[in-house]
Ligand binder design. Structure first.
Ligand SMILES: [Zn+2]
Ligand SMILES: [Zn+2]
Length: 493
């Protein structure tokens, strides 16, 4: 339904605004940015070409989640220096509008809050800073960026501007918020909503009717380095490391971005292996070797990226000979200080702190993974369970890790239960990162040296735990372990 009809001031093609909140539109024929005012339609010049991205959504698609139907009417492409991502402007069947972004196997669904809530100054929004959003609850900053808007498509609820500072926040019970400070010339805007697993969305793509719309073809990929065939990437996959030659490529363009040496260890679970854990079917799609220095010695460990149609991404981790199933959780549900972390009323004690570095990757990844990327990792333990934080200057993610026996994994994924005894052949070839530097550390299965925590006389102020209501982002059944939620984490978006 049109709220305004006219012609593109540049090429004369018919142009329709379908959403009352739309202020501008990119002409689908000539890519001129047209701004709608009370008096006329203005030509703001040409929009840059759209980059190919691994987005599941596209302008023109219709979809439904949690009994709510929407149509994608526009998108912006943004970048903070590591390649573009998309955010989609949607109109709901009840006439409301909002934004949907995809990351880490989840949809971040938000709507603009019109009521006048005082928002903090952008300079105080450090990672994990508390943000109180009135009746929406208490949030925590999980990501802050200075981004640039590269280009756009379709209708937009604003006049495009190049700069945008924003802070993304986790809130209670799966809530998500974005504080958008735009280019600093206008009042900041608040968007609040939910994180929803991609598996909950039903999409009806409107293929063929969208000139200029680009979408990752869900077909087999060909490595441009070795010519080897690779499986079609899962939705939201950004990087692919070739299983034949180890080169790392962009999943949309298949441009080779980096080379790396051989793996140190032979993966126990091969890429493509499927298995059912806790009633959810997963496929092993990625394998990562990471390392950390502890008292001058380098230690290595392994992680497996699992993908499920329903819950998105999860991790399996081999830690000191123990296997852990890794559930991403909401940062807003964790209260922590240097020595303890409390999550849903349970207290975890500090075990270790180190800088974890990616040494080797194989398969598909939902973020722009690079060999050498490093996060500050902190583990807190309670019994066999681990609460893990990974933090950079601009991002934080928390995970709840539960022990799972290798026998159980071997049975679930159909591997030899004795594989653990034979699967870890020492590979004497040093691995090389993309800059060609050999990593020279000692080989180790993986050991985390516990830091002896002297908690005596420390006055530990941990805020009262959350209301214990469980805080699951998903509508149920999607998490393997009891208290986990399905929000994606581990590695950033
Ligand atoms: Zn035009
Ligand atoms: Zn290859």
């Amino acid at each position: 339904m049109a709220v305004a009809q006219g012609q593109c001031p540049s090429c004369g093609a018919p142009m329709t605004f379908g959403v009352g909140a739309s202020h501008s539109q990119v002409c689908k024929y000539c890519r001129t940015v047209v701004v709608r005012t009370d008096r006329d339609w203005q030509n703001l010049g040409k929009a840059a070409d759209l980059a190919n991205t691994p987005s599941t959504l596209a302008v023109g698609d219709r979809g439904t989640f949690r009994n709510r139907s929407f149509e994608v009417v526009g998108r912006v492409q943004l970048d903070y220096g590591r390649g573009p991502w998309d955010e989609f402007y949607v109109q709901y069947n009840d006439g409301q509008w909002g934004w949907i972004a995809e990351a880490q196997g989840n949809l971040y669904v938000t709507q603009k809050i019109e009521e006048n809530l005082p928002l903090p100054q952008p300079q105080v929004l450090m990672i994990e800073a508390p943000v109180s959003l009135g009746r929406y609850g208490n949030f925590k900053v999980v990501e802050r960026r200075d981004a640039r808007m590269l280009t756009a498509e379709g209708e937009l609820p604003f006049k495009p501007s190049a700069k945008r500072f924003y802070a993304d926040c986790h809130g209670p019970n799966g809530a998500f918020a974005t504080l958008d400070y735009n280019d600093g010339t206008k009042a900041p805007e608040l968007f609040v909503g939910m994180i929803i697993p991609m598996g909950e969305i039903a999409l009806k793509p409107r293929g063929g009717e969208r000139p200029g719309a680009v979408k990752t073809a869900m077909t087999e990929l060909t490595c441009q380095n070795c010519g080897g065939k690779l499986p079609a990437p899962k939705a939201g996959i950004e990087r692919v490391s070739c299983r034949h030659c180890n080169t790392i490529s962009d999943s949309s363009t298949m441009q080779v971005l980096a080379r790396q040496g051989a793996a140190r260890q032979r993966p126990v679970f091969q890429l493509g292996t499927e298995g059912t854990l806790g009633g959810t079917k997963y496929m092993v799609i990625g394998y990562v070797e990471r390392s950390a220095y502890v008292e001058g010695e380098q230690f290595f460990w392994q992680e497996y990226l699992l993908w499920s149609q329903t819950v998105g991404f999860r991790w399996l981790m081999l830690d000191e000979g123990n296997w852990l199933f890794v559930n991403p959780i909401s940062s807003a549900d964790v209260q922590c200080n240097e020595y303890q972390a409390v999550w849903h009323g349970r207290t975890f004690q500090l075990r270790n702190r180190n800088d974890a570095r990616v040494e080797y990757v194989l398969g598909e990844f939902y973020w722009k993974v690079e060999v050498g990327e490093t996060v500050a990792a902190t583990d807190f333990v309670a019994g066999n369970d681990v609460l893990s934080r990974e933090k950079t200057r601009d991002e934080v993610s928390w995970s709840y890790c539960t022990a799972v026996s290798f026998a159980q994994l071997a049975q679930a994924f159909g591997v030899n239960p004795n594989a653990m005894a034979t699967g870890f052949a020492y590979n004497p070839t040093p691995s090389y990162d993309s800059s060609g530097n050999a990593s020279s550390g000692a080989f180790g299965g993986f050991t985390t040296v516990a830091i002896v925590v002297c908690a005596i006389a420390c006055i530990i102020c941990i805020a009262a735990s959350s209301d214990g209501s469980g805080g699951s982002y998903s509508s149920g059944g999607s998490s393997y372990s009891g208290g986990g939620s399905s929000f994606g984490g581990f590695g950033g978006k």
